[in-house]
Design a protein around this ligand. Structure first.
Ligand SMILES: [Zn+2]
Ligand SMILES: [Zn+2]
Length: 342
């Protein structure tokens, strides 16, 4: 089968062809797995982190890609969930042990044996891939294959971060940073919690204007005071200053949810401004978001179909994966990038 393969980690400033088109053996499904003929695979920022070694694959070569839509072509011996020809999706969570206390509580994202698609297991930049049947999702009919693929990552993680805030209708939610994942959260909140006010903190005036257009009650710069304190805030920035500022904006008992894989070092000194009475006293909480659980993906797909939330996509051929990745790196973004695979 054709696949775009990562053979060694590299710096994308120097290496413009990080992936190589190669002929790879078609994988065979284990007893609990299905073999999927991939139709579309979304291109995600996390692939850049894998290629450049910020979240390195444990073994090379590896096939990247964790927003996969395809059809079941072979059922493993012990599978029963899908029929050949069924359309399914695969997300960042490829498998977990299913037996530990985390897994049994629906927190398989925290499992010791959590394996990520396209990093710890072969992903969807290829004609075929395998996945345990319990880690595949039905795709709602309103979405084309290309529209469904981008929903399987940023949307599901945004959904998890919203779930972790514990937001209730009528409360006030803050968003620090207003990139792709924050837009999605804003749209979800408008649909699920119509009486919630959304307060956006963004450095760029353009982003603030965009937030207001999408229905934010207020938009200001990092550190600006909103008219009221907020019950919960989701931080999607790579920096520390927004964390400190956000804690100040919370109501008593308020919660800050940090949705970022890593924080950068450049403004870490801002943490020294943390003032206990102002930022933490009165039972304020901080929680991070790690990966996604299956429930997040399934519930988000269902919600996205009901809104309906149809993403704009920009299509590339599988062989053009390097172009799509470099455009993402250079922030040339016109809709979510997807690889069309035949
Ligand atoms: Zn487990
Ligand atoms: Zn992703």
């Amino acid at each position: 089968m054709k696949a775009m393969v990562l053979n060694r980690l590299c710096n994308l400033k120097e290496e413009r062809q990080p992936l190589a088109l190669q002929d790879m053996p078609q994988p065979r499904p284990a007893a609990n797995e299905i073999l999927v003929k991939v139709s579309v695979c979304g291109v995600c920022h996390t692939e850049l982190d894998e290629i450049e070694g910020r979240t390195p694959p444990p073994q090379l070569p590896v096939i990247l890609g964790h927003q996969v839509v395809g059809r079941v072509v072979v059922n493993g011996k012990q599978t029963q969930r899908y029929r050949v020809g069924d359309r399914i999706g695969v997300a960042w969570i490829h498998s977990a042990c299913r037996q530990c206390t985390f897994c049994r509580a629906g927190l398989e994202n925290l499992c010791d044996e959590f394996r990520a698609t396209g990093r710890d297991a072969q992903g969807g930049y290829a004609q075929y891939m395998t996945v345990p049947e319990g880690f595949a999702y039905e795709i709602p009919a309103v979405f084309s294959d290309a529209q469904a693929a981008p929903l399987l990552c940023a949307g599901a993680i945004g959904y998890r971060s919203l779930r972790l805030t514990g937001l209730q209708n009528g409360q006030k939610l803050g968003l620090t940073g207003f990139g792709a994942s924050a837009h999605l959260v804003l749209k979800m909140v408008k649909h699920r919690f119509p009486d919630c006010g959304i307060y956006v903190f963004a450095r760029s005036a353009k982003e603030r204007e965009f937030a207001r257009e999408l229905g934010a009650a207020w938009a200001g710069d990092t550190g600006d005071e909103p008219p009221q304190k907020l019950h919960c805030i989701i931080d999607t920035t790579p920096a520390w200053k927004p964390v400190v500022e956000a804690l100040k904006m919370l109501t008593p008992g308020g919660r800050l949810v940090i949705n970022a894989i890593r924080k950068e070092e450049f403004d870490k000194d801002d943490l020294l401004k943390l003032d206990y009475p102002q930022h933490l006293w009165m039972e304020k909480e901080i929680k991070s978001v790690a990966n996604v659980a299956r429930r997040d993906v399934a519930e988000f797909l269902d919600l996205a179909a009901r809104i309906p939330f149809i993403p704009e996509v920009q299509q590339f051929a599988l062989e053009e994966a390097n172009i799509a990745l470099l455009e993402l790196k250079e922030r040339k973004i016109r809709g979510a990038k997807v690889l069309m695979i035949d």
